[in-house]
Design a binder for this molecule. Structure first.
Ligand code: MLT
Length: 262
């Protein structure tokens, strides 16, 4: 299968491939696209399988398959080396891609994600949620996710942002969401990979992220040999959308150092 994707910016610029979270699609990166393209990057935004406009083969949406889909897309676009960013589920896929093809990476952004697998309770909860979504549709999932995506203040003060994200989540089909939940439940423990990943990495996390919390992010940062760490204040899980100014500034500085030394 071929992934749907969007491209923006300078075709000759350093390529940056950004992987969205669950149950979202490439549109989650909209607040990053302007500043990154203005800074001269070639920004590639795939829709992971089962999400956005990408087609959906039957069966579990594994993180390995997501990573291989992205690699195939990068091959198709002629991107030999690129900086890869992953938010949450996109980060699980990004770590899987880093395991398969570390030499392809110029840099790695890990935003609100984690390297450790689900605990047995988390896994059971996820599989249960997958069954609920199949039986009842996206509503219970959206209800469970929204308070984790944004802080209470943002949910109250920025209805436009909340609506935008609701709109994205509602386009994800329940059976695809269920299969992605099953894929995330089965994801590999990536902690062994981190110490040998010789790639410049930026680990970002919302200070109030309840899903992939600051402690998990810090632990990941401490295992990575070439990592920088940034906590985004006044943000929950969806920090790149909730606090784009802070995220874009930090990301821009980090990318600048990456390409200055490349
Ligand atoms: C995501 O934002 O991609 C998901 O919340 C990740 C997860 O459920 O582990």
């Amino acid at each position: 299968m071929e992934l749907a994707y969007e491209e923006a910016g300078n075709r000759e610029g350093p390529p940056l491939v950004l992987l969205h979270g669950f149950p979202l699609d490439r549109r989650q990166w909209a607040p990053q696209v302007g500043p990154l393209t203005e800074a001269g990057y070639r920004v590639v935004l795939p829709d992971l399988r089962g999400h956005g406009r990408s087609t959906t083969p039957d069966g579990i949406i594994t993180m390995t398959q997501c990573a291989l889909d992205v690699l195939a897309l990068c091959d198709r676009l002629g991107l030999e080396r690129f900086t890869l960013g992953g938010f949450s589920m996109g980060g699980y896929a990004a770590l899987e891609l880093a395991r398969h093809a570390p030499d392809r990476l110029e840099g790695l952004l890990l935003a609100d994600t984690r390297a450790d697998p689900d605990t047995s309770d988390a896994r059971a909860g996820r599989l249960n949620l997958a069954r609920t979504v199949e039986a009842q549709g996206m509503a219970p999932l959206i209800e469970a996710m929204m308070p984790k995506f944004f802080t209470a203040a943002t949910r109250q003060d920025r209805p436009d942002l909340v609506e935008r994200v609701l709109g994205i989540m509602r386009t994800t089909k329940p059976h695809n969401a269920a299969n992605a939940l099953r894929g995330m439940a089965d994801r590999r423990d990536q902690r062994d990979l981190l110490p040998r990943l010789d790639v410049a990495t930026l680990v970002l996390v919302g200070a109030q992220d309840p899903l992939t919390d600051v402690a998990a992010s810090r632990a990941m940062h401490e295992r990575l040999p070439r990592s920088e760490f940034h906590v985004v204040e006044d943000a929950a899980h969806l920090a790149p959308m909730e606090r784009p100014d802070d995220v874009n500034a930090r990301l821009g500085r980090w990318l600048g150092t990456l390409h200055a030394t490349a």
